[in-house]
Design a protein around this ligand. Structure first.
Ligand SMILES: Cc1ncc(COP(=O)(O)O)c(C=O)c1O
Length: 426
């Protein structure tokens, strides 16, 4: 009914004419003429059914449960017989239910949730809340991090994304990731918030030293700064734990989740915060509004997603599949000199090549071998491998075989590294 009504050539032509011609020419230049059509589980088929790709990009976690996860799809269909998006100003049963579930699942005493349609908006809410509560201007983020393309989220990021839109709001500064001493020097009584992706994905899936987050917590506490952790990519079971920050035993003041929160069938994100911060919303309960934030339909999709994610055996499966990847990586490194190593927690994987120019070429080679996986924009030597968390052993092996073939190809054709551009993806 919907897929394949037009020929692939027509879709590409219409996309170029009416949506974004620049993207079409970049994809052409890369030799990637894939137009997603049929989609199911870990797979995406080209609209002309000529080939399929195993989705290890996952849009950064949107497809954590795969494409069109049956339970979430069924719930959403059923919900459409009863509810709609709801009125965001009024009280709402579905929003209350999702808020309660998130309070149960988030670390420590995190209790309240404010909903938005997307991750960047949820980050904006977090920064508004931290500034509103503290009355301070300073927001410290980490170099190479990424929190979204709009508003305050954009202001936390790198000039590669925000440079053309200045002047940025004042008060934003950056420190190197993983360096608690640098953070200690930067935080002051003017700091409203320190914001960090627990495992920064766009920076190349960096894993901090063991004492980093406990020290970050102490530094924030010493100065009354609010600690915001962005779990938009690293949360919801991606690392084999519900939230990546649990590994460090630290409770942030604000935790932001999004992307996979509602099973890739409804846009939904949440800014979850601890009780002390609610003083700000008590004073001004209507100070942040979003027509589609916490849409009731999205809430039921999210509740079903969370049910599936918290089922017994789910995290163990993520861990087991992650270990299967790691065993394969050991073999790959023994055979291919262009493999520098990897960083991994669960199925959040940064596969490192020796040359930063190879990342974009590797993404193209992988696509030619049946796998969609993108290099990290702020560290292009890293290939981000983020398969759906429901991936099965034979599908892990498929990805490993595609890596094997792609590494062999790149070693034989080093000139590819010069040909493929870094196109500014996240
Ligand atoms: C860590 C992180 N935070 C926030 C965002 C922004 O989310 P959205 O694209 O839904 O606005 C992204 C998007 O890639 C992200 O990776």
């Amino acid at each position: 009914m919907f897929i394949g009504q037009q020929s692939k050539a027509q879709i590409i032509e219409d996309y170029a004419r009416y949506v974004n011609p620049g993207r079409v020419s970049v994809f052409k230049q890369m030799g990637l003429d894939f137009v997603p059509g049929r989609r199911e589980g870990v797979w995406l088929w080209d609209v002309d059914e000529s080939r399929r790709l195993l989705n290890c990009r996952c849009s950064g976690g949107v497809f954590n449960l795969g494409h069109r996860p049956p339970r979430v799809v069924e719930t959403l269909k059923a919900a459409m017989d009863e509810i709609d998006v709801g009125d965001h100003m009024l009280l709402d049963e579905m929003r209350a239910a999702l808020g309660k579930r998130l309070a149960q699942l988030t670390p420590g005493d995190i209790q309240f949730s404010t909903f938005s349609p997307g991750g960047a908006e949820a980050i904006d809410v977090a920064i508004k809340l931290a500034r509103g509560y503290t009355g301070r201007p300073g927001v410290i983020s980490v170099k190479g991090g990424y929190h979204g393309h709009t508003g305050f989220a954009l202001a936390t990021g790198e000039d590669s994304f925000r440079g053309k839109f200045g002047p940025m709001p004042p008060g934003f500064s950056k420190v190197p990731f993983g360096d608690a001493d640098a953070l200690a020097d930067a935080v002051s009584e003017e700091t409203a918030a320190v914001i960090i992706e627990t495992i920064p994905a766009t920076a190349g899936m960096l894993i901090p030293p063991d004492d980093y987050y406990p020290r970050v917590r102490q530094i924030c506490d010493a100065h009354g700064a609010q600690l915001i952790v962005d779990e938009v990519q690293s949360g919801l079971g991606r690392t084999g734990r519900m939230w990546a920050i649990e590994e460090w035993g630290v409770v942030p003041d604000i935790l932001v989740t999004g992307k996979g929160l509602s099973g890739a069938v409804y846009p939904m994100s949440a800014t979850c915060h601890r009780p002390h911060l609610d003083a700000f919303f008590q004073e001004s309960p209507f100070i942040h509004l979003s027509s589609f934030g916490g849409a009731a339909l999205g809430c039921v999709a999210a509740l079903t997603t969370l049910d599936q994610t918290t089922e017994p055996g789910f995290m163990e499966h993520v861990q087991a599949m992650g270990e299967r990847f790691e065993d394969g990586f050991v073999e790959l490194r023994s055979r291919h000199q262009i493999v520098a190593g990897w960083r991994r927690r669960g199925l959040m994987i940064g596969f490192e090549l020796v040359d930063p120019r190879m990342g974009p070429a590797m993404s193209v080679a992988l696509a030619q071998n049946g796998v969609l996986a993108v290099f990290a924009n702020h560290r292009p030597s890293t290939i981000q491998i983020m398969p759906p968390l429901i991936i099965q052993p034979d599908e892990v092996d498929f990805v490993l075989e595609a890596l094997e073939r792609s590494l062999t190809f790149l070693t034989a054709h080093p000139e590819m590294a010069e040909l493929i551009p870094n196109v500014g993806v996240t």
